[in-house]
Design a protein around this ligand. Structure first.
Ligand code: AKG
Ligand code: FE2
Length: 264
């Protein structure tokens, strides 16, 4: 089998074929995957059907799986959280977000393996390097001095966590990727984020502009899930959005996140 990397859009994402993720990967293949991941920010592997243990083993090639606070693990596999039976009324992921932005060191990578897929229920990703690079040099200069306070308020609401117990963290609005050295915009939904030291009234218009400007259709890949897919994304240079358009149909994805660095 020969590894085959095909870009999915002009801005983000690549499909990878010619590899089985539940078999040992040689150094050359792994190097090519790392390079594709750095270039495309998220990778799609079709027809993998990885079992939990194989998903954990593959994840370990990229970092250390974390057990996410506030989320219940899959039986017998504390590294895996099962995304399942999320109601539209209470979903926290139907908004553009970074995973764990309200923690001191958000995960660097998230991996989802599709177990049961409905009609609908696509997920979208945006390229936050490009979201930054396409701003004017003057605005980029201004943003480089700013920090954002992120809070887990939407997720907390879904899990019935009291507002005063909701975790928050302050991070640079522009972060530098520790591996690629590129700068990426780190913004959040206005309910979840406020420019540090600014009033909400002052912060909202700028954050809302940056947030909306990040996710214009030319900067987004939209993935229509099929059972057996494994998708992984770099949480340091992408945002994502889970579209809840599937009513009460079943949708199950096995999720692993990998320990990240403190954003700088
Ligand atoms: O359900 C999805 O497609 C993605 C949910 C999500 O935001 C996540 O797993 O981090
Ligand atoms: Fe997420």
């Amino acid at each position: 089998m020969k590894l085959c990397v095909t870009p999915l859009t002009g801005s983000i994402g690549a499909a990878v074929g010619g590899v089985r993720l539940d078999e040992p990967l040689d150094d050359r293949t792994l190097k090519a995957l790392r390079s594709a991941f750095a270039d495309h920010c998220m990778l799609v592997f079709r027809d993998q059907y990885v079992k939990p243990l194989a998903q954990i083993e593959f994840a370990r090639l990229w970092g250390e799986p974390v057990v996410t606070e506030m989320l219940n693990p899959l039986d017998g596999h504390p590294e895996i959280f099962q995304v399942a039976n999320v109601k539209k009324e209470t979903t926290a992921t139907e908004a553009w977000h970074y995973d764990g932005s309200f923690t001191a060191a958000p995960p660097k990578i998230t991996m989802l393996s599709a177990i049961t897929t409905p009609v609908g229920g696509d997920t979208m990703w945006s390229n936050q390097y490009l979201a930054y690079e396409r701003l004017s040099p003057a605005l980029r200069d201004t943003l480089n001095g700013l920090k954002v306070r992120f809070s887990g308020i939407r997720l907390g609401r879904m899990l019935n966590v009291a507002e005063e117990d909701t975790p928050t963290a302050v991070h640079p609005l522009v972060r530098t990727h520790p591996e690629t050295g590129r700068k990426a915009l780190f913004v959040g939904h206005r309910e979840n984020a406020c420019i540090d030291g600014w009033t909400r009234q002052e912060s909202e218009p700028l954050l809302e502009f940056l947030y909306r400007n990040s996710v214009t259709p030319d900067n987004v890949y939209r993935h229509a899930w099929r059972e057996g897919d494994l998708v992984m994304w770099d949480n340091r240079c992408t945002m994502h959005y889970a579209i809840h358009g599937y009513g009460t149909q079943e949708r199950v994805l096995n999720r692993i996140t990998l320990r990240g660095e403190v954003p700088a």
